[in-house]
Design a protein. Structure first.
Length: 251
C-alpha cells in the first residue's frame, strides 16, 4: 500500500493570489514550494484510487482506464473541481464513493457523465478489492467523511476537512494502532476558526490517537509561513506534508 499526497494546501493554495510576501514569491518561482488542492493517491494491488479530486489536471495525470475509483471526503469545490472535466470522458464508469449530500456540488449529480456516485454510510465498512475502507464522520460545514483504510495488518487514516474529531470517530481510530494519520491542519496555533484544525488541535489529536506518524495537510498560507520560520516546532512523529510527497510507506 502506497499513499502519495498530490496536494497539501487549503482552498486558497500557495502562492496566495495577489500576495507579494517573500514566501509567495518563492512559491511562484519554485514548484516544490507550492501547495495545491488537498488530495492524495492510493496505490494497492495494482489498483489506483484518489482521495478527493480537487486537482485540475486529473485528465492529464491519469490516462483513461487508470483510475479504479475516487473517495470523496465532501462536496466543497476545492475537493471536487477536477471532476467537472473528467466526467465528460469516454470509457468505463469511474466509481465515486462519498458521503450522502443531497446538494452535491453544482450539477455533478444532474450530469455525472462517466462518474458513478456511491453514497456510503458512516462507520459501515466496504471493500475495494481486498482493501477495507470505513467512512468516518468529521466536523465540517458539509457532510464530510474521513476514511480508515486497512489492508492485511496496515492501517492508515485520511482525515480532512475537520475541526477536532467526533467522539465515535476518535474512539474507532484509537481502538488499534494506526500506522499513519493524515490530518487536517489549516491554521496557526491559537487561530480558532470553524471547519478546520489549527496546529494546537492537530497536536492534541496526534497525542490522543497516537499513530506511528501524523502528516499534516490542508495547510494554509499563514501556517505555511509560520512553519518555515519555526522548523523545529513539530514533535517527533509529526510532519508537515507537501505536494507530491510519498507519505506511506513511512521512510
Amino acid at each position: 500500500m502506497r499513499l502519495r499526497l498530490l496536494g497539501s494546501g487549503d482552498a486558497a493554495g500557495m502562492p496566495l493570489y495577489g500576495c507579494g510576501c517573500e514566501a509567495c514569491d518563492a512559491a511562484s518561482d519554485s514548484p516544490v514550494l507550492r501547495r495545491t488542492a488537498c488530495s492524495a493517491q492510493l496505490e494497492i494491488g495494482g489498483r489506483t484510487y484518489l482521495l478527493d479530486a480537487g486537482q485540475m489536471s486529473l485528465t492529464q495525470r491519469f490516462p483513461s482506464g487508470s483510475l479504479d475509483g475516487i473517495l470523496l471526503t465532501h462536496f466543497h469545490v476545492d475537493h471536487v473541481q477536477g471532476l467537472f472535466h473528467l466526467r465528460w470522458g469516454v470509457g468505463a464508469d469511474i466509481p465515486v464513493y462519498c458521503p450522502e449530500d443531497e446538494e452535491g456540488c453544482a450539477d455533478l449529480y444532474k450530469h455525472p457523465g462517466m462518474l458513478c456516485f456511491h453514497p456510503q454510510q458512516a462507520f459501515v465498512p466496504f471493500m475495494l478489492d481486498k482493501l477495507q475502507v470505513t467512512p468516518l464522520p468529521l466536523n465540517h460545514s458539509k457532510p464530510t467523511f474521513g476514511y480508515l483504510m486497512m489492508w492485511q495488518r496496515e492501517r492508515i487514516a485520511y482525515l480532512t476537512d475537520t475541526k477536532g474529531l467526533p467522539s465515535k470517530t476518535a474512539e474507532l481510530l484509537g481502538s488499534d494502532k494506526l500506522d499513519l494519520m493524515v490530518l487536517d491542519c489549516s491554521h496557526l496555533p491559537g487561530c480558532d476558526r470553524p471547519g478546520h484544525n489549527n496546529l494546537d488541535d492537530a497536536l492534541v489529536w496526534h497525542n490522543i490517537i497516537a499513530p506511528r506518524q501524523t502528516v499534516l495537510t490542508h495547510i494554509g498560507h499563514d501556517l505555511d509561513i509560520w512553519l518555515k520560520a519555526n522548523p523545529r516546532v513539530l514533535p517527533d512523529g509529526v510532519l508537515a506534508g507537501h505536494d507530491e510527497q510519498l507519505v506511506y510507506p513511512i521512510s
